[in-house]
Design a protein around this ligand. Structure first.
Ligand SMILES: NC(=O)c1ccc[n+]([C@@H]2O[C@H](COP(=O)([O-])OP(=O)(O)OC[C@H]3O[C@@H](n4cnc5c(N)ncnc54)[C@H](OP(=O)(O)O)[C@@H]3O)[C@@H](O)[C@H]2O)c1
Length: 161
């Protein structure tokens, strides 16, 4: 199993506000969909309930402390370790947020797919700081703002050294 994390993150590490995304970046959303569409994803309960969340066609694992939580199309786990264990034979598996889950998964991750949005935002959900000396950039692709995308951004992929 390769454990990857995927997130769009502002320059000040904001990832969302009021359980929603805060930018309009359709090119990034397409990239996200194409990256995870056929992969198992693991997410926190709040992200699973976010109105703009995209679900995988393979497996969608949600983590909640609530014992009776159910949602169509989701497999429910009560801690992150059990969700990761359940996905161990699924090849590359994506942690897809939100803030609480990224923070807990970061020490376990092998790869980071970070879309760095080149602007500062106000928000209430953050991606954790990560030590760049412990991760190497394996690809970086710059996308300029245009009539569809509200900001410049860069698709980074990092691997743990
Ligand atoms: N920019 C991006 O790429 C991106 C991607 C995804 C999400 N987001 C944003 O992130 C924000 C949501 O993040 P968030 O931190 O508020 O919520 P979250 O991480 O999506 O979900 C938090 C919930 O997960 C459950 N949970 C967390 N740790 C657990 C554990 N160890 N064991 C069992 N359950 C656990 C709890 O659910 P219960 O309360 O049910 O117990 C907790 O309330 C939104 O604004 C969303 O738009 C952004």
């Amino acid at each position: 199993m390769i454990l990857s994390m995927i997130a769009a993150v502002s320059e000040n590490n904001v990832i969302g506000k009021s359980n929603k995304l805060i930018w309009n970046l359709p090119t990034d959303f397409e990239y996200y969909k194409n990256t995870v569409r056929n992969k198992t994803i693991i997410m926190g309960r709040k992200t699973a309930e976010s109105p703009d969340f995209f679900f995988s066609e393979k497996r969608n694992l949600v983590v909640t402390r609530s014992k009776d939580y159910q949602k169509e199309g989701l497999e429910v786990f009560h801690n992150l370790e059990d969700a990761i264990e359940a996905a161990k034979n699924d090849g590359e598996v994506f942690i897809s947020g939100g803030s609480e889950i990224y923070k807990q998964a970061l020490p376990l991750a092998d790869k980071l797919y970070i879309t760095r949005v080149h602007a500062v935002f106000e928000g209430d959900a953050y991606f954790p700081e990560f030590d760049k000396s412990k991760w190497k950039i394996v690809s970086a692709k710059i996308v300029k703002a245009d009539e569809y995308n509200s900001h410049d951004f860069t698709f980074f992929v990092y691997e743990k050294i």
